[in-house]
Write a protein that binds this ligand. Structure first.
Ligand code: 5AD
Ligand code: SF4
Length: 460
């Protein structure tokens, strides 16, 4: 969501003829888009602001803007601590950035806006599409969250759940597609409840509308709450050809006791059942998750149940975090905190277990062919200074399951349908598996007797 907000801010700056730079000393405006989900993210903001003190002392005309969840949460307290900040831009004020910059020039600062509004503001339909990353983009479909998981700060910093109108979402995606975008990721804290409050179309219906857009190749979405993943949404994976074969389904814990304390409203049994259903509907679907280690009151036995769930489900990937207290959340008031070293050890164990699961899963992919959307040169290729000689070129892309594949591509040959421009989908045979990435070789469409369908892979 922050990536999307950052893009929105950049777009607005483009309109003002202010462009992005990689060199901080060249910047006339410095925008820090912040995250408050965990303590560590907030610490990063403070240490970065500390660094800015010297820059601002040298060049007083530099505008410093703090946006995002820390801005929302701290408001004027941020200015007390760092008086050089010019604008505190809360999560509901992203669209006001140009107006506030003008106000700053006219009246001086600081400007603080942490007001929460009931509607999502729409940006003008003709906003410039940013030149970077034209293959894959995020599109926010809703804002805020009403779930109030007891550890989570999101409902406090992003406010109540509101859905955008489908026609606005479709218009935005059409604009992106006309600029060459091939893949969109629809964003919401809990996409399952899209449109329900407002009586709009349901999320599966929205997906269907997006699926019908010509020129778009792939659709992804994050995040689904396991408590209300509808049958209809599950069936979308089989029904919609552009919907990628991947779901991010945060489980957080494998212990029913801890899940109840977290206010997650599902049990490990319901969660595991959901995964079984999804895998039956969409064979080979990649399932990824989030895990929190060391929620207050979590015992060794509770965490053993998380590990047990992980080994039963065999996730494709996990994002694991140590629990951290967030201001105002109910969990922060639970006195039985887990000691830092214990949390750290649990996190390390979860990551180690997952490493083994991923290694095994990846080794099973060797020899299979997957359609990969080309995203550009591989990291190795970029590091090596870019030897751009076919056929040594190493490219990188993603399978429908969101696995990154680096691959060698033969000399492009439009006749043989071998085109490796960004956004093209080409078949790649997996030759080698590393810890977190796959390596392969592009193979011609003609070499295969069957056209791969979503979710299908086969031995070449
Ligand atoms: N401590 C640790 N992890 C957290 N998350 C959310 N709040 C906290 C917290 N207080 C994790 C959850 C969520 C992900 C985005 O961040 O796993 O799914
Ligand atoms: Fe936070 Fe829970 Fe909402 Fe996700 S569903 S944003 S974890 S409150």
């Amino acid at each position: 969501m922050n990536v999307y907000d950052s893009e929105r801010m950049l777009q607005q700056m483009h309109v003002l003829s202010v462009f992005a730079t990689d060199v901080i000393d060249d910047a006339d405006v410095i925008i820090i888009n912040t995250c408050a989900i965990r303590e560590k993210a907030v610490q990063k903001v403070y240490s970065f602001l500390g660094r800015l003190t010297a820059i601002k002392r040298k060049r007083q005309d530099v505008r410093v803007i703090v946006a995002g969840c820390v801005a929302q949460q701290m408001g004027s307290l941020l200015i007390q601590r760092f008086p050089f900040i010019d604008i505190v831009l809360g999560t509901h004020a992203v669209h006001r950035l140009p107006e506030y910059l003008k106000r700053l020039d006219r009246d001086g600062g600081p400007v603080i806006d942490t007001e929460m509004t009931a509607d999502i503001p729409e940006f003008p339909a003709d906003m410039p599409v940013l030149p970077q990353n034209t293959v894959s983009r995020h599109v926010t479909i809703m804002r805020g969250c009403d779930n109030f998981c007891t550890y989570c700060v999101v409902p406090y910093v992003r406010g109540r759940e509101v859905s955008r109108r489908p026609e606005d979402i479709i218009a935005e995606i059409k604009m992106l597609v006309s600029a060459g975008v091939k893949e969109v990721t629809l964003l919401g804290q809990n996409v399952n409840s899209y449109g329900i409050k407002e009586g709009l179309v349901s999320f599966p219906q929205l997906l269907e509308q997006v699926n019908d857009l010509g020129g778009l190749e792939r659709i992804r979405f994050v995040t689904s709450h396991p408590k209300d993943l509808s049958e209809d949404l599950m069936n979308s994976f089989a029904r919609l050809d552009k919907l990628c074969n991947h779901i991010h389904l945060p489980v957080q814990s494998g212990s029913n006791w801890i899940l109840a304390k977290m206010n997650r409203k599902y049990t490990r049994e319901i969660y595991m059942d959901t995964v079984i259903k999804l895998r039956a509907i969409s064979p080979g679907i990649a399932v990824t998750t989030d895990i929190i280690a060391g929620f207050p009151g979590e015992t060794d036995d509770d965490f053993a149940q998380t590990i047990d769930l992980m080994t039963s489900v065999e996730f494709d990937h996990i994002f694991a975090f140590v629990y951290s207290d967030r201001p105002d959340t109910p969990a922060s008031r639970i006195p039985e905190k887990v000691a830092d070293p214990v949390k750290g050890e649990r996190l390390r164990r979860a990551l180690e277990i997952q490493e083994g699961i991923t290694r095994q899963a990846y080794s099973r992919l060797i020899g299979r062919v997957f359609p990969v959307m080309v995203e550009g040169y591989s990291k190795n290729q970029l590091k090596s200074g870019g030897v751009v000689q076919w056929p040594q070129i190493e490219l990188s892309g993603r399978t429908s399951e969101n696995r990154i594949v680096n691959f060698y591509a033969p000399t492009p040959d439009p006749e043989a349908d071998m085109d490796f421009s960004n956004g093209r989908i080409q078949n790649v045979r997996i030759d080698r598996a590393c810890e977190n990435s796959l390596w392969g070789t592009a193979v011609k469409q003609d070499d295969l007797c069957i056209t791969p369908k979503k979710g299908e892979a086969y031995v070449a």
